[in-house]
Design a protein around this ligand. Structure first.
Ligand code: FAD
Length: 423
């Protein structure tokens, strides 16, 4: 037995946490740590976290810290990139080894590699529904399209059971356990001035409550396939994404809740469709893992495809897109919802992305970067994967997915009431 550190990142939960279970088995004394990484909280160039996501993360940490305390341990906070803050912390407490949940995106993997160069590091899996070892192909042979991927994995879908929440967290002495405030992290709380149709709250407790309510109490799951393309309201889609992105919920636990629901009531197209969407999420995670930095390059996975030149007034067009002042009211409404709440429907995201790429003729990475900052549910794999796909440089045989935004507005907001809410 040894003394170890568990470093939380985008896995802010105690249940179904493989790396944490491993750490608890191997250490008789375990320090639980979260590092506020400079690359995210103090970037050299553009801001990377909006106030909406910052608030959500701090709430999730508060919820996690309180639960840890109930189980006899403490959540410690350190500052700086993990390859510096974690070794420093380990030295201070005399820990021998560090445990961490593996991520799939390039920058996060680079941070893991840097950390493993400094201290003994053991990793656990937990970011995807399907464990990488259960894929019916090697990662190098990841199918180019989602439908090929889905057909292959669905042939014999292997989803392991969720891991239980630990009952004891192997006490350590406490050091810095003070959670910083939004203000201390450089945000002004009064910037939050709009709640939107649904108020997200960070933390695994709020995530599980949402799942309980959306799946079991209001049976929204049962009609999801019909409602999922809507724009207005709190329940047309699950809204699980922020909790999944920050790891307050695991996609495995959602999968097994859906299976439980199907066996109690019945399976239908809607119950299947939620799992279908979780497979999209997995596909983008594996895509990012397989292609590393390429998903952030302008021509992504297709350097052979042509590039369009941005117009001379690109900067002002981009600014009008961000601020919801373009010539198109449907786009403006969606962009306002995003800026004011940190969330936008999937239908909205597809339309505003298509508009930036096809109508404004801008570099898709500008839009992806703005989403990265604004979205509460930001996840590098899902965000850059979806943008690449729409820009024609990703996993799509088609090179152009252009939406007619006027027709889309007529179809999905026929009375204009969504636009009225946000303009
Ligand atoms: P639901 O419709 O209820 O779906 C359930 C879950 O399936 C979601 O929570 C999500 O985890 C997953 N999912 C659904 N659609 C997708 C998809 N297209 N790609 C990947 N996973 C999916 N999702 C993120 O989580 N983070 C992002 O940063 C992100 N950026 C996006 C950028 C663009 C340009 C587009 C078009 C989509 C993006 N998405 C992203 C995917 C999708 O829009 C959101 O996951 C979804 O709208 C979240 O709402 P929900 O939880 O109610 O989804």
């Amino acid at each position: 037995m040894q003394s170890g550190v568990f470093c939380f990142r985008n896995d802010l939960r105690l249940h179904d946490n493989e790396a944490l279970s491993l750490a608890l088995r191997e250490c008789d004394q375990l320090y639980l740590v979260y590092s506020f990484e400079d690359r995210l909280w103090k970037p050299k160039k553009n801001r990377r976290i909006s106030i909406h996501r910052a608030r959500f993360i701090l709430e999730a940490l508060k919820c996690l810290g309180e639960k840890i305390k109930k189980l006899g341990n403490e959540l410690h906070f350190v500052y700086g990139d993990i390859s510096e803050s974690i070794p420093r912390f380990m030295e201070e407490v005399g820990a021998d080894i560090c445990f961490i949940s593996e991520e799939n995106a390039y920058e996060e993997k680079k941070a893991e590699d840097a950390l493993s160069g400094c201290v003994p590091l053991q990793k656990g899996h937990g970011r995807t529904l399907i464990h990488q070892h259960d894929l019916p192909f090697q990662l190098n042979d990841l199918p180019e399209t989602f439908s090929k991927f889905r057909k292959l994995v669905e042939k014999d879908l292997q989803i392991s059971r969720c891991l239980e929440e630990p009952v004891n967290l192997n006490t350590s002495k406490s050091l810095n356990t003070a959670l910083p405030s939004l203000r201390e992290m450089g945000f002004n709380r009064f910037n939050i001035n709009h709640k939107g149709y649904y108020s997200f709250r960070g933390g695994f407790e709020a995530g599980q409550k949402r799942a309980q309510n959306w799946i079991w109490e209001s049976h929204n799951l049962f009609k999801y396939k019909i409602t999922r393309n809507q724009l207005k309201g709190a329940d047309f889609s699950s809204r699980f994404s922020p909790w999944l992105s920050l790891g307050c919920l695991s996609s495995r636990e959602i999968f097994w809740e859906v299976k439980k629901y199907e066996s109690k009531y019945s399976a239908n197209e809607s119950t299947y469709w939620l799992i279908f969407e979780l497979l999209w999420r997995d596909f983008f995670q594996f895509l990012a893992r397989a292609h590393g930095p390429k998903i952030f390059h302008r021509r992504g996975l297709h350097p052979e495809r042509p590039l369009t030149v941005e117009p001379a007034d690109a900067e002002s067009l981009f600014s009008s897109w961000k601020m919801g002042t373009t010539l198109d009211p449907f786009i403006n409404a969606n962009m306002n919802e995003l800026r004011l709440t940190g969330w936008m429907s999937n239908r909205g995201r597809q339309n505003v992305a298509s508009y930036l790429i096809n109508n404004l003729g801008l570099d898709w990475r500008k839009g992806a970067q703005w989403f990265e900052e604004q979205l509460i549910d930001y996840d590098p794999c899902s965000n850059y994967g979806n943008w690449l796909y729409l820009a024609g440089y990703g996993n799509d045989p088609r090179t152009n997915r252009c939406f007619n935004v006027t027709k889309q507005a007529e179809l999905y907001d026929p009375t204009g009431s969504y636009q009225k809410d946000w303009l």
